[in-house]
Design a protein around this ligand. Structure first.
Ligand SMILES: [Zn+2]
Length: 122
């Protein structure tokens, strides 16, 4: 009679236990302390900006990382125009209209200039 010992060897291989994978514990990101919304360039708060530039819309002050500049949204200064526009706070002093109205105004200005030049030549 032959004694078969192969069976016991095979059993040992199957029994190899898989190590239990621990669920990846995501380290919670430390919450950034909320920075006060201040226009860095001139140290103005949003309220101060609005006081100086009434076209600024409240709660729109934000930081543009790529430009390292702060910006706000404004409402267009043209009567009846309800467009809004993003403006760097550093440009607020010169931007009062939305894109569309700015282009329109520019076109009208150059038209007036051309007319003035024409008139001067005659
Ligand atoms: Zn407009």
């Amino acid at each position: 009679m032959n004694e078969d010992t192969k069976d016991t060897v095979a059993e040992a291989v199957v029994a190899e236990a898989k190590p239990e994978v621990a669920p990846e514990v995501k380290a919670e990101e430390p919450k950034k302390a909320e920075e006060p919304k201040v226009a860095k360039a001139r140290g103005l708060t949003e309220d101060q900006l609005i006081a100086e530039y009434p076209q600024v819309i409240k709660n729109t002050l934000h930081f543009i990382e790529t430009e390292e500049k702060q910006a706000v949204k404004i409402t267009c200064g043209t009567e009846g125009c309800k467009n809004t526009r993003e403006v760097r706070t550093s440009d607020l002093w010169q931007v009062k209209l939305c894109d569309t109205c700015t282009i329109k105004a520019r076109r009208e200005r150059s038209k007036a200039k051309r007319a003035a030049r024409k008139a001067a030549k005659v």
